[in-house]
Design a protein around this ligand. Structure first.
Ligand code: GDP
Ligand code: MG
Length: 207
């Protein structure tokens, strides 16, 4: 088995698009109908084996700071992958996703593997962002588009596997030593912007 690769992955996107749900589905295989406020703020770790390589993903989820437009470089700095999530039934969330992509590209250039994720694909009937539009946009910015349903467990595992594959191939083709991927293990810091609570909330997502 080859040496371990550590990757930092950040979740970005408007509140209520399902960021926390996606990561909880992936890590714990659970789903909650309620909006999970700051309960799970911080990061999650998952080890996977990929083609004989041990890969450790540190997946950062927000504490809901996106609601206050208070997520910035302190959050996504040093990440090798970004999951920019929108809700396929919510046009505003797609616009926000595009803004995040713009910011990430401006701040991190091409050093980061970009995933644009259309979540809640179980709500096909109320879809407002077509798959064609989203895929064309992703291609135009050098990102890849994925469709997921955290609720029905569709596309989530595939998303993280494909992301890991892309980060690995980027990592192995870049200059040895230039990688900043070795810094994410044994971290114990949490995102300090919003005090933690264990509140769960149903109302914030009703529009
Ligand atoms: P976050 O603010 O982006 O972290 O969003 P949450 O993960 O807290 O989810 C917001 C709301 O959307 C919650 O009520 C979830 O149950 C719901 N939700 C998340 N993923 C899905 C999904 O795939 N399908 C449906 N129908 N609802 C979802
Ligand atoms: Mg959340």
């Amino acid at each position: 088995m080859e040496a371990e690769k550590n990757f930092k992955v950040v979740l970005l996107g408007e509140g209520c698009v399902g960021k926390t749900s996606i990561v909880l589905r992936y890590i714990q295989n659970t789903f909650n109908d309620k909006h999970l406020m700051t309960q799970h703020a911080g990061f999650f770790q998952k080890n996977i084996n990929m083609a004989g390589k041990r890969v450790c993903l540190t997946i950062w989820d927000t504490a809901g700071q996106e609601r206050f437009h208070a997520l910035g470089p302190i959050y996504y700095r040093g990440s090798q992958g970004a999951l920019v999530v929108y809700d396929i039934t919510d046009n505003d969330s797609f616009i926000k996703a595009k803004n995040w992509i713009k910011e990430l590209k401006a701040m991190l250039g091409n050093d980061i593997v970009l995933c644009i994720i259309g979540n809640k694909c179980d709500l096909e009937k109320t879809r407002v962002i077509s798959l064609e539009e989203a895929e064309a946009y992703a291609a135009s910015v050098g990102a890849k588009h994925y469709s997921t349903s955290a609720k029905l467990n569709k596309g989530v595992e595939e998303l993280f596997l494909d992301l890991s594959k892309r980060m690995l191939s980027k990592n192995t083709t870049s200059t040895p030593g230039a990688s900043n991927s070795a810094s994410t293990s044994n971290r114990s810091e949490r995102i300090p912007i919003v005090p933690e609570s264990t509140e769960t909330k149903e109302s914030c997502c009703s529009k």
